[in-house]
Design a protein around this ligand. Structure first.
Ligand SMILES: [Zn+2]
Length: 114
């Protein structure tokens, strides 16, 4: 579910709270006569707020997972989370470096890789 859908859902909840009257095919409904409308409105707003927060959190977690490092010795690339203290598992005690930083410092290596 994308963020826009959640925001529209939340606006629907606010309309339940603040609209005094609904008109649907000539039938008008006074929300004041139906107190449960307000309760449902509050529930919808709370649920959409929760989903909005959860959605944002998931987005951050995805960004952390995309951190790749490269070993300057054997040129293997790794996901940083899979390494112990950022050390290359093949070359003992060799620190891997951030892959973007590595290609910035060694632009010729990138062309070789392609
Ligand atoms: Zn290595």
């Amino acid at each position: 579910m994308d963020r826009l859908t959640i925001v529209i859902f939340m606006l629907l909840g606010f309309s339940f709270l603040f609209m005094e009257e609904y008109n649907f095919r000539g039938i008008s409904l006074q929300t004041a006569n139906y107190p449960s409308f307000k309760v449902v409105g509050v529930l919808i707003i709370l649920i959409s707020l929760y989903m909005l927060l959860k959605y944002t959190k998931t987005k951050d977690e995805e960004e952390i997972q995309d951190e790749y490092t490269i070993c300057p010795n054997c040129k293997e690339t790794f996901n940083y989370d899979d390494l112990k203290k950022g050390k290359c598992p093949y070359c003992k005690d060799v620190d891997t470096v951030d892959i973007e930083q590595y290609y910035k410092d060694n632009p010729e290596e990138k062309e070789k890789g392609n």
